[in-house]
Design a protein around this ligand. Structure first.
Ligand code: NAI
Length: 286
């Protein structure tokens, strides 16, 4: 029987979440996505109007179907956490049940279970600021949206992940090497995400035999990356310096996710897998 995937962090066709959805769909999985509440309307209407049809094409010529789109804001675990200003914000007013716990409950009541959980989201309000200029609030917001959001997702979805299932998140090498420009505590957030990948692999492995891995991806011109501002420079740096001198495609990350979610990867857990044309292996620029 086909597997079912829930991919958190899809709001257009430019990011890694979309590419992962496509690779999983091409491998026969049913696709559910979680979309950030403020981006939900535009994503749904663009999808409905056919704006993404070209990028929905799968290798066999069919179009990727998204069975259901769930509103999600991964910085809130349950309704008691939601502050008044968000509750009354008009970008949130049209949606309901978008905290992590409620999203997991909705998926459970709609489908019963999933096999694959993907976290492809990050946010750091002060990403443009060097760490030395980052406020406590900005730093904690980066960790909340980009690191704890994964702990919370896995915690709430674990009870409905089938045996043999697995989970994947997306990280960046700024966690372990100095990448000037990846500020606001985002480098710290990725370091936490990678450390948590190991601990969560242990806990989810012992409890349910579920595998937990992270993909450390090279630079992609996604919406989130464009907001950081240095993405073209990072892409150029990679083509100049990586062992493989080609632009990284989102599909290459998607295909790795499909491999990691498949039985072919049945002994791989707690890992950070580089999908970056090998840039991580370089010691100096050339
Ligand atoms: P993206 O813009 O396609 O994805 C980020 C998504 O996170 C967006 O859909 C956004 O709506 C969502 N989001 C933000 N805050 C949220 C919240 N509180 N609740 C729910 N959703 C929220 O951009 P991209 O780059 O594909 O990002 C996906 C993952 O890949 C992120 O973890 C990012 O750090 C990681 N990554 C990206 C790289 C790049 O060069 N683009 C390189 C390495 C890792």
């Amino acid at each position: 029987k086909g597997k079912r995937a829930f991919i958190a962090g899809v709001a257009d066709d430019n990011g890694y979440g979309w590419a992962i959805a496509k690779s999983l769909a091409a491998a026969g999985a049913e696709i559910l996505v979680g979309t950030w509440v403020p981006a939900l309307n535009i994503f749904e209407s663009s999808l409905r109007r056919g704006k993404f049809d070209e990028s929905r094409v799968l290798p066999d010529g069919s179009l990727m179907e998204i069975t259901k789109i769930y509103p999600l804001d991964a910085v809130f675990d349950n309704p008691e956490d939601v502050p008044e200003d968000i509750k009354t914000n008009k970008r949130y007013a049209g949606s309901s049940k978008w905290t992590v716990q409620e999203a997991a409950e909705s998926v459970k009541s709609d489908f019963g279970s999933i096999d694959i959980l993907v976290h492809s989201l990050a946010n750091g309000p002060e990403v443009l600021k060097p760490l030395l200029e980052t406020s406590r609030k900005g730093y904690l917001a980066a960790l909340s949206a980009s690191s704890y959001s994964y702990v919370s997702l896995l915690k709430h979805f674990l009870p409905i992940i089938n045996p043999g299932g697995s989970s994947i998140s997306l990280t960046y090498i700024a966690s372990e090497r100095i990448i000037p420009g990846y500020g606001g505590g985002m480098s710290s957030a990725k370091a936490a995400l990678e450390s948590d990948t190991r601990v969560l692999a242990f806990e989810a492995g012992r409890r349910k035999g579920i595998r937990v891995n992270a993909i450390s991806a090279g630079p992609l011109r996604s919406r989130a990356a464009k907001a950081i501002g240095f993405i073209d420079m990072m892409i150029d740096y990679s083509s100049a310096n990586a062992p493989l001198q080609k632009e990284l495609s989102a599909e290459e990350v998607g295909n790795t996710a499909a491999f990691l979610a498949s039985p072919l990867a049945s002994a791989i857990t707690g890992g950070v897998i580089y999908v970056d044309n090998g840039l991580n292996a370089m010691g100096v620029g050339v």
